[in-house]
Ligand binder design. Sequence first.
Ligand code: NAP
Length: 300
Amino acid sequence: MAATVIDGKAFAAKVRGQVAEHVARLKEEHGITPGLAVVLVGEDPASQVYVRSKGKSTVEVGMNSFEHKLDAETPEADLLALIDQLNNDASVHGILVQLPLPKHLDEDLVINSIAPEKDVDGFHISNVGLLGTGQKSMVPCTPLGCLMMLREHHGSLSGLDAVVIGRSNIVGKPMAQLLLGDSCTVTIAHSRTKDLPDVVRRADIVVAAVGRPEMVPGDWIKEGATVIDVGINRIDAPEKGEGKTRLVGDVDYASAAERAGAITPVPGGVGPMTIACLLANTVTAACRASNLAEPEGLTA
Ligand code: NAP
């Protein structure tokens, strides 16, 4: 039976709508306009595209967007001084430093200098610890988006066997924590995992966050499992013409869709949810800063 396609684009539009409603209410009832500051150091083309798209989405939901573009050679002290200024600016509720940073900057130091309550990427060591101990935190956007889609599809995740392929701090590890928080039995697989196909075949939920095009074939997928494909890989597409490329995930979509119960496509699955969750985290941060009720369903 063909799998249900989990439409991340449509779901992200719904989440953005909920954020916009909450922003409108914050403005009307409390005179608060949530603000997101994005800091970009250098001219990495992909990062520039991401930052532009984040700024546009922020304004579209009625929030303030503050963009800070710094020269690639910016000294660490200057970047830390800017973060300190944003930490102390009451109109800024969320701060995001676009990664990767140029080599001369210490990424951990920079991220850990963001006030944890404004760390809408959820990468600050305090937020990592809070998530790991099941306390209220800022949750990394990509795994939060995956969790929202899984909850929407399954209702309760309790007792399900989940395998996360990938153990990065950005996706794999927080994803595993979130699934554990929802009472899944969680396995984290990585490049040294023995018998990966067998490990994946046990799973009711497979989250692939590897960065290797179409690495997971359909015959690794248990009949009826839910597959969340985080991977974004650009590959050659000679069928579209010379020099053309296309995006694929970490899962071989065609064969996996024949066995899965539900699956996210690439593009149009996890990707759009990531920015929607960044907006959700910013509105959550704005509510917490003023001790107001948080929007329901927009965080873990
Ligand atoms: P990463 O930091 O490079 O981590 C990749 C993980 O995959 C590592 O833990 C690595 O294991 C594991 N791995 C590599 N080869 C493997 C293999 N053959 N078998 C099993 N595991 C293997 O990547 P990431 O930042 O987590 O990103 C993963 C993918 O998600 C990328 O395609 C990225 O572009 C995409 N992504 C998408 C979004 C979105 O918004 N949709 C957001 C973030 C990332 P070791 O630890 O053992 O090396």
